[in-house]
Design a protein around this ligand. Sequence first.
Ligand SMILES: [Zn+2]
Length: 328
Amino acid sequence: MTGWPILGHQLAVRQLQQAVSQDNVPHALLITGPENVGKMTLAHTLAQAMLCTADEDRPCGVCRACRKVAAGHHPDLLVISPEGPRGKLKIEAIRAAEQFLALTPHESRHKLVLVEHFEQATIGAANALLKTLEEPPGYAHLVLLAGDSESLLPTIVSRTNQIALRPLPVPLVEQALQSRRHVPAAEAERLARISGGRIGWAVRAVDEPEHLQQMEAAIAQWLALMSSDLPEQFAALKTLSRSDTDLRQMLAYWLIGWRDVLLLKTQAEAPLTLQEHRPALEQLAERVTIRQITALIERIGAAQALLQRNVNAQLLLETLLLAHQQTR
Ligand SMILES: [Zn+2]
C-alpha cells in the first residue's frame, strides 16, 4: 500500500488504511485534536480512499471518484460545518445529513458525511445526530471532527471509534515547509515554531499572508492591552466582542504569549515561540508572578471551552480581563 499524502499521524493513518483495505471502516468515527492539526485532511483522505474506484492503493488520486472528491463535488460525500468561527452547528444541518444518508449511494458502495467542529453543535443537533448513529444504513459513514471529546455528549462519544491527533514534532513541520512548499529556512523555522506542530496553521500562514498578519495583530493587541489602563481595555474588548474576530483563535494566540512569558520566568534564556517580541515579553514577565501566569493560562483555556457553547462573548472577555487586571 502506498502512503497517504499526510504528514505525520502515522498510527492513525495506518489504522485507517488497514480499515479501508479490509473494508471495515467504522460507521461512526470521531477524530479529535487541536485546531489545524490535520483532522479534516485525514477525514478527507479517508473519504477519498473509500470512494476511490481503483483496485488497490486507494486513494489513487487519478480516478474520476478521486478527482470529484478533490474538487469537492462527489455525490456520495457531504461535508457540513457551522457557519463562521462563532457559528453553531444547527439541527437543520444534521437533518440534511440524515436525508443525504437515507438515499443509497450514487456512484460507490459508501456514503460519507464529514462533520466539522462538532463541538459547536447545538443540543438539538447533537441529539438528532445520536438517532442517526443508532441504526446507520450499512453504506453510511459519519466522521465527526472536534477539538476534544470532553465537550461532547458522552452518549455520542461512546457510539464512535475515536482517533486522537496530536500536534506534529515542530522540526517535521519545519522540514515539510522547506521541502514541500519551498519556504526559505529561516521563515520555515519561524512558522513551524509558531504553529506548535499544527501543520494546517503553518500551511495556511504560507498560503494566506493575511493569516499571519492576523496573528501579528492579535499579539500586538494583547501586548497593548497588557500595558493599557482599565477603561481603555474595556473599550477595546467591547469592540472586539462585537467584531467578527475569531475569538477562539485570538485566545489561542494569547496563550502562546503567556506560555512564552512563563518560559521567561522559569528559564530566561529559553528560545521563545514569539522570539521577535522578546523585549516586550520580558517587560511583561517582570510584572507578573509564575502563579498569576499559570492561573491566567488556565482561565484562557476555560474561556476557549466556554466560547464553544453559547456564552456572551463580551461578558466572557470582561471576566478574563479582570483576571488579567490582577496581574497589574
Ligand atoms: Zn481513485
